[in-house]
Design a protein around this ligand. Sequence first.
Ligand SMILES: Cc1cc2nc3c(=O)[nH]c(=O)nc-3n(C[C@H](O)[C@H](O)[C@H](O)COP(=O)(O)OP(=O)(O)OC[C@H]3O[C@@H](n4cnc5c(N)ncnc54)[C@H](O)[C@@H]3O)c2cc1C
Length: 479
Amino acid sequence: MTGQSTIGRFSALLGPKGVITDQDDIAPWLNDWRGRFHGAAAAILAPASTQEVAATVALASDLRVPLVPQGGNTSMVGGATPPADGSALILSLRRMNRIRSLSPDDNLAICEAGVILSDLHEAAEAVGRRFPLSLGAKGSATIGGLISTNAGGTQVLRHGTMRALVEGMEAVLPDGSIFEGLDALKKDNRGYDIKQLLIGAEGTLGIVTAAALRLVPAIAARAVGWVGVRSPADALALLRLAEARLGDSVEGFEIIADDGLGHVLSHIPAARCPIATRTPWHVLIEVDHADMSEPGPMERLEGALAQAFERGIAVDATIAANDAQADAFWRIREAVSAAERAQGPALQYDISVPVARMPAFMVETASAAERAFPGTTASSFGHLGDGNVHFHVRAPSGTADGLAWIAKEGQAISAFVHDAVVAAGGSISAEHGIGQMKRAELGRLASPARIAAMRAIKTAFDPKGIMNPDKLIPRPGEG
Ligand SMILES: Cc1cc2nc3c(=O)[nH]c(=O)nc-3n(C[C@H](O)[C@H](O)[C@H](O)COP(=O)(O)OP(=O)(O)OC[C@H]3O[C@@H](n4cnc5c(N)ncnc54)[C@H](O)[C@@H]3O)c2cc1C
């Protein structure tokens, strides 16, 4: 555990508000969202400005104290959980939660790292714009965490991941120097793009302190539909039909297996199935227009769904009559992760394969996993149009000790699913990152060239190895 004299040095720098040492206050931040990883830390450092972050990192570098950057702690891969031996301190960015500017003319918001995603949504809406990235953890996830995991979510189909939405960045590098790149230039060819290196780096290359984020016009008219289909192949056919008829106004296209919907209905109060028929698979589709031109999204989605019925692609469908109903559809989708967690122990995989291969992958890998691990059930939900689903393998019913089941079966099941992903030409992390959960699997499955390049970049940026130790980069024996 980091010693008291070291903590005292940080206290002298940051003052009483900037260093938390009460273990009751620290405790909630030592475990990951899924409850899989448990760390220890003698203190949380909570600087309130970029200068304070820089001074903190410089001191940590001098003292060789590892830092674990943390935003909302919603990481799905144990990315923000400190090591269990107490050797690191948590560096929380949550006090840096100011939206420095919001310019409708530039379509830009300059946000500090600790701004919570839903707060940015509200602020952008107040000036007639929106930030087009959303996910189930929007009430806790911060801009710094979203950038550092290159988060995706439900609008990637139209607007891309964080990589496409970060126009500029301010960051503190591992020696305490400040990288000032907030200028958001449309064209800038000064060589390596440092901000893109930091996006998705999971806090291993530096601390994001602020970012210039791209805004888009507010939605003037929207239609949100719920469609029951027989298979993921029909869901993909529906997407292609919708794209052909509606172009890039299709902003969201999510698939949910019926058992995932069932868990939401069981565990989330007031949730109900939007359609009368319980079909094997469900699709949530959102069509957005930035103007009120006719025909509006409602009429256009109705036309597309009529054609889907004619072609036998859709079994049942409804379009939300108003915003409240549309939001209720989305709440079902956003509740799937939490409902699955309430349902019982499961191993969750956030994977991608080429879009055209995804329907077969979802069906075949689920039944192959159930055959290989008797008693388990497997299914998936998520962003079909991005070729990215969350693939879950649930413990046999009646499994009382989930952690013991994971300890016994986890490695074999993970290897089984990940091998299937690699065989299909995919990625073992589509959007959640690697963290500590997938580090060894990355080492096992990534090409030597990829791992060597990652290690070289890490060493060049962080020669003392103080930034988020043991995350992302495979250990020597791991690859
Ligand atoms: C219910 C639920 C649904 C989710 N749905 C999605 C989804 O659809 N798509 C998706 O992409 N993700 C999803 N996630 C994952 C999660 O929301 C993202 O990983 C999010 O980007 C993390 O933000 P955070 O502020 O909580 O970061 P944290 O969890 O605190 O940190 C995440 C990683 O970023 C690093 N980090 C945090 N802040 C900084 C910083 N300022 N500088 C440098 N490094 C930093 C941490 O060290 C860690 O490695 C979901 C999570 C939950 C709980």
